[in-house]
Write a protein that binds this ligand. Sequence first.
Ligand SMILES: Cc1cc2nc3c(=O)[nH]c(=O)nc-3n(C[C@H](O)[C@H](O)[C@H](O)COP(=O)(O)OP(=O)(O)OC[C@H]3O[C@@H](n4cnc5c(N)ncnc54)[C@H](O)[C@@H]3O)c2cc1C
Length: 509
Amino acid sequence: MVGGGVGGMVAALLLARDGHDVRIYERLPRLGGKLAEHRRDGFTFSIGPSLLTLPGLFLDLGVPLDLLELDELCRYRFADGSTLSTCRDPERTAEAVDRLAPGEGPNWRAFHRWAARCLDASTRTFFAGPPSGPVVEPPFRSAGQRSGDRPGGPAGGRPSGPLPRPRLGDLLAVAPGRTLHALAARFFRDARLRQYVDRYATYAGSNPYRAPAALGCVPAIEHGDGGWYVRGGLPRLADALAASLDKAGVEIRLETEITEVIADAERVGGVRTALGEAVRADIVIVNADAASLYGRLLPDRARLRRIARLGLSSSAFLMLAAVEGRTEGLPHHSIVFSADYRREFGDIFDRRRPPEDPTVYIGCPAVADATQAPAGAESWSMLVNVPAGDPGRWPTPPEAYAELVLDRLASRGHDLSGRLRFLDLLTPADLRDRYGAWGGAIYGGAYGGPLAPFRRPGNRGPRRGLYLVGGSAHPGGGLPLVAMGGRIVAALARRDFPRSTRRPEEARR
Ligand SMILES: Cc1cc2nc3c(=O)[nH]c(=O)nc-3n(C[C@H](O)[C@H](O)[C@H](O)COP(=O)(O)OP(=O)(O)OC[C@H]3O[C@@H](n4cnc5c(N)ncnc54)[C@H](O)[C@@H]3O)c2cc1C
């Protein structure tokens, strides 16, 4: 396994439980990849994911998580000062939408029904196998479906059950050829609600004016299965996965970079480390970015060109701040929108500069978890979407851009003067260096066009025994999707290499 991010860890765990001898090579001194943490002066920040959806994907593997469900999924603040608060219950959310924009509540209900059909179709197809079929995995179960199951799920780790059957209408249900913004415009007259739908493109680091409408299935996940937090911070998920790997007998080599995938024209033969050591293996799974595989580890110009055509996902400018005192009524997750979303995404994806008027995500885990900040204070992670690509070319002094963001927040109801102290500012170059993110892209490849889901790198590589897992490969980035990718890769390897090198009982000891 090249890389120990979440997708790689899930695949490694399943293969070890199948009886394979599995070794993970990770170039950083820790597992988890983008699921990372930063601590300073008693404040704790997740510098990667802050929201967990579909935790059942991990619980089904027997990964123990101390979960906390969010009462309020997110509070959106629009440029005109109005707000929308969403929660798991679709009916309450529809009522909140109707209060914001009278008459739009029924449209939200219709949008939610569309999202549920799209999710259903994706679960039977896109999430259950590689992009060009076949379906290899039974559908995941929601947190609700799990109640009453014994811990670890059937067979101590994998959901069992019949494989989903694609239906004739599945392709139509995902609205192929339509962009997310076009979908938003189909359901809502109110520009604020279109902006709210458009934001779901950022869950995949993409541009809503180009990304496929299928990203509109995300609200069905949030309003069906809820939004979750892991007590102690989301990076505890990486710790729990690491403990499960240890139990399953997976060998971990930290601070060991892989520089080459050894292969002939037919099959892989192993990997080479940065120290020149050649290691033999029948199966090589790459959890590094696909661009890094085809650009460096196993050069392949044609595939690299195809990835470049899809484009990189956005990167992030992260501001980690200590805030004195408690902010009355602040929820765990807030979005403070820009006045002009089209211009903002034009800045990020076309003009390739940090947006002049950015949308700001504010994460404040101290709302739910006292371990994240000293008593009477809050740790704020603020994130602005910015271009990836050449992180060395970040054009603005980070301090100046952070001040611009604070000014924007102050003019939109979050005046933090005298209370906020920046503890760290992370630019795309930091994300590249700390996460190994190719070009600083936080989700790998973007969904660069309505048909992008079908054009992303698949999970089987161009040699026998070579597989890809993680944000830049099918089905995409975000914790649940990379976990689905891990399941798909393990299922493919199970089909391709049915005989394991060790007996399962031995592997689980
Ligand atoms: C700021 C930010 C916010 C996010 N917010 C959310 C969120 O709220 N919810 C959500 O679900 N997702 C979120 N995500 C996305 C989520 O973190 C990622 O999609 C997911 O963690 C990526 O997992 P992965 O399997 O692709 O592996 P990665 O995390 O990309 O890990 C790959 C690993 O491979 C290692 N590696 C690379 N090359 C080599 C090599 N040659 N040799 C050895 N090791 C190598 C890297 O060091 C890294 O550890 C966020 C991401 C970021 C950056």
